[in-house]
Design a protein around this ligand. Structure first.
Ligand code: NOJ
Length: 741
């Protein structure tokens, strides 16, 4: 962003100056001139208005609503509104701002468009399981297209928080446990939302959240404290936010947690030193819901004014919902506790985004009825959601090819609370999604197996202890040729403020599963959940298991595609599945310890009552075919620091049907100045292979991708021996090695 102060008389001179630059640069400079000129005209109250964001009363995503938000709009006391969408409504609110305020500065409309706006795509954790960056980018693209057609300018996404504790309900909103996978996915989402150009009518501004390390909340309890070394922060938690910055996200949101004793919302290190000075982020920073007010509860601010002062000084530009900027900033300037320059800087960042969105050219350009009519839940958008959903389902078990089922099957029993369920399918944070439009599993199966007799029995509810339906369910199973057991969590059991201390199947579902599976019928269990569940018994006893997360509007069709074999599953877990809560945190890239596990030696790192291994490792997922990996090699035994490390592997489809494999490359550093994880994901490739086909897959790594932080500021790649493992999950044992000189 342009930092010079330019007055109107010098604009002409500036145009001559900028004309030597690229078109994008010219545009940036032109906007900077306009922003600076506008700020010159603004009173302190008008400036503070631009730093204030309130929710409308259309939707509530936090503890309280400011009732006077409409009169605030008319008085220019608020510059942005969230939880308001629809062309009529946004037009009406926009008119309030434009027609009543002196400078006619348009409002910015934000909303949590997390995994679709009207057409609901799979929850983000599910999409991450696809490892398919093009599809993920496209999903965000469609979400933006629908949101922008309904008056929205700004989405509070992507969530780039690394999460290694499945008790934390918000794991569902991110891309799982791994910094590499998390980074490429965060970047894909930003590109999808923002498209080529923010000015385009089908794009929305992205918001990187929650900055930073929110996913590390202690014990998986939401909003809890975070205390971690800066090295861990930099190696594991920061990369996805940084990738989103590099992908061009124009806004970022502070997180609720404190980090090493300083709340993110008053954290100068995070918001200024790191985000702006080190990473070069030049968009604006918004707080999370009432986070400035929460500085009082964190115990770092003595009163309202102090909280406002701390957060502005730290680098916050916009106050979401606490109203503390509105209440205190003018007074703080008058008392010379903060400088007006700091306010000007924040205003400038916010106005820049409004200019980039084209709102000053036409404040109503996103509230166009015709576009709203033609850009919502179109067949092509629904098809994309269905395809994304199929790509997100992880086949966890498939004994003796239980799945797919014969298309001529006579009787299918669908048992469990998720069978006819629509409400839960769209998951948490489902924006303006209408769950009544979600295709249930039963509906999907009815369309796919028109000649089959489909018996549906709920058996029990998601929660509670009512077992009165068990007998009917058991009888239905006995009558069927194939049973689909549809189990899981309710949509509200994950997401914000939805931590669980037990992550097993809720209610009486486990008992129902045991009764049904003990009938001896072929059974495929479908688990819908916003997090890994501890499904140990099912993992040993259910002949087939599909981890379906929450797949969105097209759930039933996508599942029917897989169950019928029309689609061969290829997804891989973006997060480790623990055996029990006691293993948490558990992730594949753990440290080796000085006493690695040895079953025959007591004094090694292990539990007395549970193995160290997870139930399912990160990266795991089966297919209806099988893949083998051979001839893993590096192009030479020794590389120099500026070489490319070339790796190749042969992958064969050894089964009977075509399928896609996600080949994963992990690196292990044998001896370094700091302890290193047992292995780290550094690359992956999706490979489509016909039955019986073989392909040679190539990877290329640069030595700077396999370095680490020696100290807070020093990232190094050290010479020495490295191993490479390539395979279909994080336990891959095909190994080769090389020396870095
Ligand atoms: C609180 C949540 O933490 C955040 O993710 C969301 O964007 C805001 N509320 C706005 O709804």
């Amino acid at each position: 962003m342009n930092k010079f102060k330019i007055f109107l008389p010098v604009i002409a001179a500036l145009f001559i100056f900028v004309s030597c630059n690229t078109p994008a640069q010219v545009k940036t400079d032109e906007i900077a001139v306009k922003v600076d000129s506008l700020i010159e005209l603004m009173t302190i109250e008008e400036k503070i208005g631009q730093l204030t964001l309130y929710t409308s009363d259309m939707d509530q995503t936090g503890a309280f609503i400011r009732k006077e938000y409409e009169s605030d709009i008319k008085q220019g006391k608020v510059g942005a509104i969230f939880n308001a969408y629809g062309t009529d409504y946004t037009h009406r609110l926009q008119e309030m701002a434009v027609n009543n305020t002196r400078l006619r500065i348009p409002l910015l409309f934000g909303y949590d468009v997390i995994h679709g706006h009207r057409t609901i795509f799979p929850v983000p954790l599910a999409e991450a399981a696809s490892w398919n960056l093009e599809a993920i980018q496209n999903a965000s693209r469609i979400a933006a297209e629908e949101a922008a057609a309904e008056g929205l300018h700004w989405t509070f996404a992507p969530m780039a928080d690394i999460a290694r504790d499945p008790r934390w309900g918000r794991m569902v909103e991110g891309a799982g446990e791994d910094p590499f996978l998390g980074s490429v996915i965060a970047a894909a989402r930003v590109k999808g939302f923002q498209g080529e150009n923010l000015t385009d009518l089908n794009t929305v501004a992205a918001c990187i959240k929650h900055f930073a390390a929110y996913g590390a909340s202690q014990a998986g309890r939401d909003y809890h404290a975070v205390d971690m070394s800066e090295i861990m922060l930099r190696e594991v938690y920061l990369p996805p936010y940084k990738a989103a910055v590099d992908a061009g996200a124009v806004t970022a949101m502070t997180s609720f947690n404190d980090l090493n004793g300083v709340p993110a919302t008053s954290n100068h290190f995070l918001l200024t030193e790191l985000l702006r000075d080190e990473w070069g982020f030049d968009g604006f920073v918004v707080t999370d819901y009432t986070s400035i007010m929460e500085l009082l509860y964190h115990g770092v601010a003595a009163d309202t004014a102090h909280a406002a002062e701390l957060s502005l000084e730290a680098g916050v530009d916009m106050d979401m919902q606490s109203g503390f900027f509105q209440q205190s900033l003018a007074k703080l300037v008058a008392e010379k506790r903060i400088s007006e320059d700091l306010i000007n800087q924040a205003v400038s960042r916010i106005l820049t985004v409004k200019f980039e969105l084209g709102l000053f050219d036409d404040p109503y350009r996103y509230s166009d009825k015709e576009r709203e009519k033609n850009n919502i839940m179109r067949p092509d958008q629904l098809d994309a959601a269905r395809d994304m959903a199929r790509k997100s389902v992880v086949l966890l078990r498939n004994e003796e090819n239980t799945l797919p089922i014969d298309k001529n099957i006579k009787t299918i029993a669908v048992i469990g609370p998720m069978g006819s369920n629509q409400r839960d399918l769209i998951g948490s944070w489902s924006a303006a999604g209408d769950w009544t439009k979600a295709v249930s599993l039963v509906k999907g199966l009815e369309e796919r197996f028109p000649n089959a007799n489909i018996i549906v029995e709920e058996g029990c509810a998601i929660e509670g202890n009512d077992k009165s339906g068990f007998k009917r369910a058991e009888n239905a199973a006995k009558k069927a040729d194939f049973v689909i057991l549809a189990l899981g969590e309710a949509y509200w059991m994950s997401g914000e403020a939805a931590s669980r201390s037990e992550i097993s199947l809720p209610g009486a579902q486990q008992e129902l599963a045991e009764i049904i599976i003990n009938t001896g019928k072929p059974v495929a269990t479908i688990i819908m959940s916003g997090r890994p569940l501890t499904i140990n018994w099912l993992a040993e006893n259910s002949p087939a298991i599909l981890q379906a997360w929450f797949l969105g509007t097209q759930s039933g069709h996508a599942l029917a595609d897989i169950i019928s074999g029309d689609y061969n599953p290829s997804a891989k877990l973006p997060v480790t599945f623990p055996r029990n809560v006691g293993q948490i945190p558990i992730y594949y890239s753990m440290k080796n310890t000085g006493r690695p596990f040895d079953a025959n030696s007591k004094y090694t790192s292990k539990y007395l009552d549970v193995p160290n291994e997870p139930l399912y490792p990160f990266g795991f997922g089966l297919s209806y075919t099988t893949f083998t990996y051979d001839n893993l090699s590096v192009s030479k035994p020794t590389y120099a620091m500026n070489d490319s490390i070339k790796v190749s592997v042969e992958i064969s489809n050894t089964g009977k049907v075509a399928g896609e494999e996600i080949a994963q490359l992990y690196v292990k550093d044998h001896a370094a100045s700091m302890t290193r994880p047992v292995r780290e994901l550094k690359a992956f490739k999706r490979v489509w292979l016909e039955a019986g086909a073989t392909a040679i897959v190539h990877f290329s790594l640069h030595p700077n991708q396999i370095g680490f932080y020696l100290s807070e500021k020093e990232y190094v790649t050290e010479p020495g021996k490295f191993s490479i493992f390539v395979g279909g999950n994080s336990n891959a044992n095909l190994e080769t090695s090389f020396e870095l000189k």
